[in-house]
Design a protein around this ligand. Sequence first.
Ligand code: SF4
Length: 405
Amino acid sequence: MGFERRQTKQIHVGKVAVGGGAPISVQSMTTTKTSDVEGTLQQIYALAAAGCDIVRCTCNELEAAEGLAQIVPRSPVPIIADIHHQYKMALAALEAGVHGLRLNPGNIRKPEHIKAVAMEARDRNVPIRIGVNGGSLDPALYEKHGGLTAEAMVESALQEIAYFKEVDFDLIKISVKASNVPLMVEAYRQLSAVTNYPLHLGVTEAGPLPNGLIKATAGISTLLLEGIGDTIRYSLTADPVEEARAGRQLLESLGLRERKNVDLIACPSCGRAEIDVIEVANRAMRAFEDKKIPLQIAVMGCVVNGPGEAREADLGIAAGNKRGHLFVKGRNVAVVPESEMVEALVDWATYIHEHGVEAAIARVDTTIAEREAAKDRNALLEEKGDDANHSTEKIVEIRKTISGN
Ligand code: SF4
């Protein structure tokens, strides 16, 4: 199952294709001073490891442009320079060898400056993102449209495109970000109806976790599901690695990018849980964080229902009587002490990743694990009954309350 994506023109940011059916790319931005070359490169490497395809760095001063000259050749991913106010910084960043520019039409407004940058980018074959931002819209457009509207943001982008066209530059991608989700969604919808340049999606200043994550996901995924968007960025008030992870995770869950990391699922826990599911799931999440094992792994609170409920997972563990019952595609394969559940998951996941599910099941005698699981399941059923959440008792009480007895 897939979504029909709108056809856009393809551009290249360094080695990464954007638009024209290319995989949707994940972007993020460094928070270091760009003049701090080592610190910035460290962050770029961490972002790349978290699944980021393109990284943006601010180029706000001469030292930043000089830093870019050293960062670009050592970066594992293409680098885009973020430019505000000073068009000369864009020229300096191009000189430094960046793979792309982001210009804010709200604060670089002189046509001769815009065209000077576009001509230089054209000669160097470097794309530019027209990065319209609701918070820094051109005041003239703000006034013309009676405030911040989707139409005003789209007009800002179209004005910039017109300047670029005058100098024959069309390596363009566009964003119309706002912190208000419905406004941002509307602006992108309108934009995609009037242009076929690739679009960079984002909810600007989405904020800290978890609210920022929810806002950004709401805006970005709404558009992606409509086929709009070629590259995305989560703007979170958090470590940028979280942005990269979120972007990657969103694309993987929508089936728009191939899974690279573990898809960890866990039961919500209930009266039957034999372990602190939240704690074990979080520990497992951390253990798999950098492992790049593209399997679905389940952490389940009890062996009574866990293996059945998560039978579609590649691998899972369910708790029972101080033991962890490991199962592969719903088949019990091993029993481990409760304290070793996460380590056992990592071992098995690594084995499955390298040798496949069949080989993993074949290396053990599943009858032993199945017998032990049945033992714990029966013991728990005996102890807690088949209604561990006391639902039947509650229903009796509810009926009494309603009937007034
Ligand atoms: S029945 Fe077991 S697996 Fe299902 S939610 Fe409760 S603890 Fe988790």
